[in-house]
Write a protein that binds this ligand. Structure first.
Ligand code: ZN
Length: 77
């Protein structure tokens, strides 16, 4: 994948991560592979373009609905 060729400040291969925050739902970014361990170099770069306001409003609502439906299915099993 092209994105994984990108190097972070420590010259390690940057990870492609998907954001699940409500203000940037499903927007992907590149970050230092050591970032989650707290020892990363602080490298951070958005991979996907800026999301329009409308999708930032709609997607979290859809995700919530999907989660509710999945919880329903679990309950009905
Ligand atoms: Zn790094």
């Amino acid at each position: 994948m092209m994105a994984s060729q990108k190097m972070c400040l420590y010259r390690c291969r940057a990870n492609l991560v998907t954001s699940w925050k409500d203000d940037n739902p499903r927007r992907r970014f590149l970050s230092c592979p050591l970032w989650q361990s707290g020892r990363g170099c602080g490298f951070f770069e958005w991979y996907d373009p800026v999301m329009c306001k409308r999708s930032r409003v709609i997607i979290p609502g859809l995700l919530r609905k999907l989660n509710e439906k999945e919880a329903d299915i679990e309950r009905l099993k």
